[in-house]
Ligand binder design. Sequence first.
Ligand code: HEM
Length: 591
Amino acid sequence: MKTLEVVNPKMDERRIRPEMTVREINARYPACRAVFARHGMGGCGGELGPDEPLEFFAAAHRVDLCCLTAELERAAAGGQVETVTPALEFEKKLSRLYKSYIRAAIGITLTFGTAWGAHILATIALNRSFDAPNYAGTQAHGHAQLYGWVGLFIMAVAYFSLPKILNSRLRSLAPAWIAFGLMLTGILLRAVAQPLAAEPLFGWLVLASAVAELAAVGLFVGDAGRLLARGVAPARGFRWFVGASLTSFLALAALNLALVVPLWREHGTVIADPANSRFLHLAVFGFIINMILGYSLRLLPIFLGLRPTRERLLLPAFLLYNVGLAARLFGGGLAAGMLMFAGMALYVLALRILEPSAGEVKARGVDASFPWFVRLAYGWFVIATTMVLGGDVYTIMTGAAPAHIYTGAWRHAVTVGFITTMMVGLGYRLLPLFAGVDLWRPSWMQASFWLLAVGNTTRVVFQLATATGERWAYLVMGTSGVMELTALALFGVAIAKTFAARQNVLFTPEQISPRTHVRWLLDNFPQAREELARAGLRHVRTAVHIPYFVTLEQAARIHGVEVDGVVEHLRQTLGGATPAAASADESKMAS
Ligand code: HEM
């Protein structure tokens, strides 16, 4: 915890109050932006920061509220504005990056991922047989979901949030953009080429896709690993789980390449078991779940107001879980299942995620259903890990592997019940916060929740019921794909609309200066066009496109008028503009 010398202005002179939002403070006292930047805000929430109370920021960035308030009071009093522009410019570029990753992840799950999955499921249901679909297609669906939907999503959140959590910085975004191009190419090539890989050309494309994905993962793990090594660990256990996830991701990409080489050489289309199952286990339990467990330690106690984490349980949880995982990858049966189960149980006890909250749930700007996603997801994590152990016990008792429908049922319980439900719940809460805008249609969250919850439960239960061979069991199971696809489509639309929204900008006269960009003014305050013309910048009245880099200073020079007069006129005339009025007009026009 950071400690600083406390200044104690008289109560009524205080400028900074705990209930003020970060955005309000930055708008009123631009000098405070540097203080927030020092504590890891970065571009979270856009130019003025998130519309969250100061006390939430202090908790999220683990800074003592009292010291932070003192530091802000000093900055506000001093009025000295440190140049944060380069950092903000970098954050704007970082925002463009993570939004591209997220859009691609959603685009892939709504096509090669969940939509294709729903189609495969319908084929199984209508033919009453799990052998009916082309299995190479099923594997390509699984790959698109693991690398595309989940992989790109995790890379987006890590690129945007790891520097802030670890109070460190990426030196350049070039590797991240190259990784994006390589990853997307690899995933799309694999989805198209694997089912056709009996043809030599497509065999080469599958090989090329694995090489591209390995290069992309290498770049990402390099960046994230450097941040983890350089940064300050925020929460006990965060670094262990995130480190294990990054290591698993790199091993996964290398294993993927090793598994497709025989496919290419022998013109095959399907990766055989047990290699395929081990690959899927490393992907799901190694890369993805370790990342979720690391971030959960960092985020959930604050966002859900959980009781204090039982920190002494974290190391045994981490070791049991990951030793169990490693044992599984080397063929370990019951022992591997028991170790992972014990690790999961200790982790859930440590995080206290299935206990009632002690504090307030931070659900500002989203629907009250936000915590439902997280708690339901962890419920499915417990169920799925228990089912894995159940399968191991069955094998010990019978000497046979569990039935395909059983393995498929727990796999869906973990990929949709735990992973996807967590992603959608946290996505609804975090992505608007990152972007500095309000979530579009928060009411849609409940629909997504129930469609995912009922869809996944239907799949798991009725997939097991297909053991009866009954037609109704297959048909009911088949409907679950449509429910889950609809849930993800609602999420996709809401996030796309949210990303398209303009940041609500709180207007204060201090914001207007000769360096203010004309386009920023017009984007956020359409009425500024008339006022600019009245102040002497007459061409603005009819100008269709004004480049973003044009400042008031430059425009005034072009029009041969004094910029100070223009600035003064805008401060007076726009003084009345409130963000709500401005953005409300914007969104009414947008919807
Ligand atoms: C949300 C809706 C989804 C639907 C309707 C769906 C549908 C399916 C179906 C029908 C199968 C074949 C089942 C079998 O033969 O037993 C399957 C397999 C699979 N799915 Fe999905 N899935 C969905 C989501 C996901 C997600 C979110 C992931 C990963 C994060 C995922 C990863 C996989 C994997 C890895 C396999 C096994 C592939 C293999 O055997 O190599 N699925 N899915």
